[in-house]
Write a protein that binds this ligand. Sequence first.
Ligand SMILES: NC(=O)C1=CN([C@@H]2O[C@H](COP(=O)(O)OP(=O)(O)OC[C@H]3O[C@@H](n4cnc5c(N)ncnc54)[C@H](O)[C@@H]3O)[C@@H](O)[C@H]2O)C=CC1
Ligand SMILES: O=C(O)[C@@H]1CCC=N1
Length: 267
Amino acid sequence: MKITIIGSGNMGGAIAKGLSQGSIFQANDITCTAQTDETLEKMRHINEAFNLTHDNINAVREADIVVIAVKPWRVQSIIEEIRPALQFDKQIIVSIAAGVTFEQLNGFLTKTTTSKAHVNPVIFRVMPNTAIEVKSSMTFISAYNASQEQIDLLISIFNELGNAILIEERLMEAGTALASSGIAFALRYIRAAIEGGVELGFYPKQAQEIVVHTVKGAIDLLLENKSNPEAEIDKVTTPGGITIKGLNEMELSGFTSAVIRGLKASR
Ligand SMILES: NC(=O)C1=CN([C@@H]2O[C@H](COP(=O)(O)OP(=O)(O)OC[C@H]3O[C@@H](n4cnc5c(N)ncnc54)[C@H](O)[C@@H]3O)[C@@H](O)[C@H]2O)C=CC1
Ligand SMILES: O=C(O)[C@@H]1CCC=N1
């Protein structure tokens, strides 16, 4: 099976890297395109066996799966460029562009009345986060006009790059806020805690190590115990103790509502 990734930036490059280390594709099954020589060179350093090109049209000809990984405002022009070479009866089109809907994608793909007009394209929206670089992405997948076999294939591909779940398109914006933007929110908590740790007397490097391992411990507890965060918090908060004082002070400063407001603003 062959896959072509149009746009080898942060996400496209990370997807190619992760897939080349997985079990479904060999590096030479993966074609990556980019605008600049520097980006192609970066990809060559990741794996010499990648097929690398500036030519988007030729890159999609032999592909079973075409991943569009350019910025959202470039999606339409990329689709218009590659459309003459696409074969809707054989290929799966994947867009990772945030906020670009199936309706828009289908419109861009089927705009002209060519011989393919009678075949509906199989389209997936896939929403990873930057942890895809280390194969630890929370990834959402929505399907349009796809068979169960194609859905299973996409889930297995992105499960190799972390944790993938199928959702209805109506939840895609919420999922993007919660996980794709959400990784930035989690990192901002970590940064804030490091700054607090420095104020409490640790050197920044030490503070970072402490906070990262503390957050990892919290995640391990939730994953291993399959518990609710509040149940784990209850184990920490000694009545009249110091933890509840800290939590209540954070809430007085709007911690929970700041997180919820941020998530809602990110949709
Ligand atoms: N960065 C993130 O955390 C996430 C991004 N996304 C989506 O992923 C998409 C890509 O985002 P990033 O990787 O962050 O952007 P990026 O800017 O790092 O990557 C885009 C790449 O596309 C290349 N490109 C532009 N025009 C091209 C063309 N005509 N032909 C070939 N390559 C071309 C650019 O040179 C660049 O390398 C966006 O649509 C974004 O909404 C989705 C989830 C998370
Ligand atoms: O900020 C953004 O628009 C993109 C989509 C999700 C993460 N980054």
